[in-house]
Design a protein around this ligand. Structure first.
Ligand SMILES: *Cc1c(COP(=O)(O)O)cnc(C)c1O
Length: 427
């Protein structure tokens, strides 16, 4: 598994230019994409789920497999001419299995949500009870929202975190599991800055004879780098994502036991998808190889150390980081004490190029559209080479601005920071 140096290069979005063919054929879309590159280069991207795909990943996405129809799985396709597609998918699967020490990997799911849909299809019947982190406490909408297939077709019961320390309340998980006897328990969410105790979840699942599903999309890259405990030895199915901290293409990834391999594969195709996007599969293969390198490990450490520094700096401004800090790239902070709602803070920060998201905090007194919190992630900034010093400064700027600092000097400093880290750093 060797990659050239170029594969570790970071895309310099400031200098992104539409290819000649696009500029000629469709200047309107070319201009829109150029504007997006400019927008991104002008500020600090602190949205928790966003990252910068590497140049090698982007090249694979734009390669000839974008055109290939390859319904089915290697060796069992519904289309002809699939020898290269087969080899590519086998490579992606083998790299994923090695990287995560998993018995089986499915690399076809198009997104985190479709990976969760396939998991539910493989393990459950409509109407089955599922115990998962409630949306208000950090769960994803594919874990029980009424607006989503999950809440519509299954009976999701929510567990939460303890009010005093923000940690998952495992006593409550056990109590609810015993009371409702769910068919599956989902461990983890999208706004939880600590590592779920996978072993404890396994124990509870075993006590009630439930499947254990790990929702590990946010931290897939951390798990790959060994910077977060792996759920693979404990969970029946791990729902992962390749576009967050892994820096791969937008996409889902399923890891499971050998016993469930066939059920999971069939639940992806043909149950919930048609032909896989083979260019995405190729790009996932590239991302898995990148994630096995020491350079990627250093990147992940920078992201996690940066998040700790960011949480510390935010706390000094009077914001309250949930759980008192973070073990991941994620920071969720209650900003109630700063006198602004999450939604107001999001707008005020975006106006100076600090891109972060409003976020409901557990036991949030504010309406869901307003919220009392913000959520930030360090994936993009670390990908540009920023470390704890810059991310601490970002935290101070965010907290200061929400607490009422003049926006103009903050905007000027954000532009300076963005200019100082234009990309191609951190090799
Ligand atoms: C990101 C994430 C999702 C959603 O992924 P999409 O690709 O946006 O559908 C679902 N579940 C978890 C745990 C995630 O981290």
């Amino acid at each position: 598994m060797t990659l050239t140096d170029a594969a570790h290069g970071f895309v310099d979005h400031r200098h992104w230019e539409p290819a000649e063919a696009l500029r000629t054929a469709d200047p309107e879309v070319a201009d829109l994409l150029a504007a997006e590159a400019e927008r991104r280069a002008g500020g600090l991207q602190l949205l928790a789920g966003e990252n910068l795909a590497t140049e090698a990943v982007l090249a694979a996405l734009a390669g000839p497999l974008v055109d290939k129809y390859a319904e089915g799985y290697p060796g069992h396709r519904h289309h002809t001419g699939c020898a290269v597609a087969d080899a590519t998918e086998l490579l992606a699967v083998s790299r994923a299995r090695t990287l995560f020490a998993a018995e089986h990997a499915n690399v076809q799911a198009r997104s985190g949500t479709s990976a969760m849909l396939a998991t539910c299809a493989a393990l459950l019947r409509p109407g089955d009870a599922v115990l998962a982190m409630s949306l208000e406490h950090g769960g994803h909408l594919s874990c029980g929202s009424r607006a989503n297939f999950s809440g519509r077709w299954f009976d999701f019961i929510g567990y939460g975190v303890r009010e005093e320390d923000g940690r998952i309340d495992l006593d409550q998980v056990r109590e609810l599991a015993k009371a409702h006897r769910p068919k599956a328990i989902v461990a983890g969410g999208i706004s939880y800055p600590r590592h779920p105790d996978w072993a404890a979840f396994r124990e509870i699942a075993d006590e009630v004879d439930a499947y254990l599903i790990a929702a590990a999309g946010q931290t897939t890259g951390l798990i790959a780098a060994g910077a977060a405990p792996s759920p693979v030895p404990y969970a029946d199915v791990v729902v992962a994502a390749t576009h967050k901290l892994l820096r791969g293409p937008r996409g889902g990834l399923l890891l499971c036991t050998g016993e469930l391999a066939e059920r999971i594969d069939r639940a992806v195709f043909p149950f919930s998808q048609g032909g896989a996007a083979m260019n995405e599969v190729a790009a996932k293969a590239v991302a898995f190889a990148q994630a096995a390198t020491p350079e990627f490990g250093a990147y992940i450490r920078r992201a996690v150390d940066g998040a700790r520094a960011l949480a510390g700096a935010l706390a000094e401004t009077g914001a309250r980081p949930l759980t008192g800090g973070t073990d991941t790239h994620l920071v969720v902070a209650d900003i109630g004490a700063l006198g602004m709602t999450g939604s107001q803070a999001e707008r005020r920060c975006a106006a100076v190029g600090l891109m972060l998201g409003k976020c409901a905090v557990p036991f949030d007194p504010a309406p869901a559209v307003e919220t009392s919190g913000i959520r930030l992630g360090t994936g993009c900034c670390a990908a540009l080479g920023m470390g704890p010093a810059e991310l601490a400064e970002a935290g101070a700027l965010v907290g200061g601005l929400i607490a009422g600092a003049e926006p103009d000097p903050v905007a000027a400093r954000v532009r300076e920071l963005a200019r100082a880290f234009p990309g191609n750093a951190g090799r």
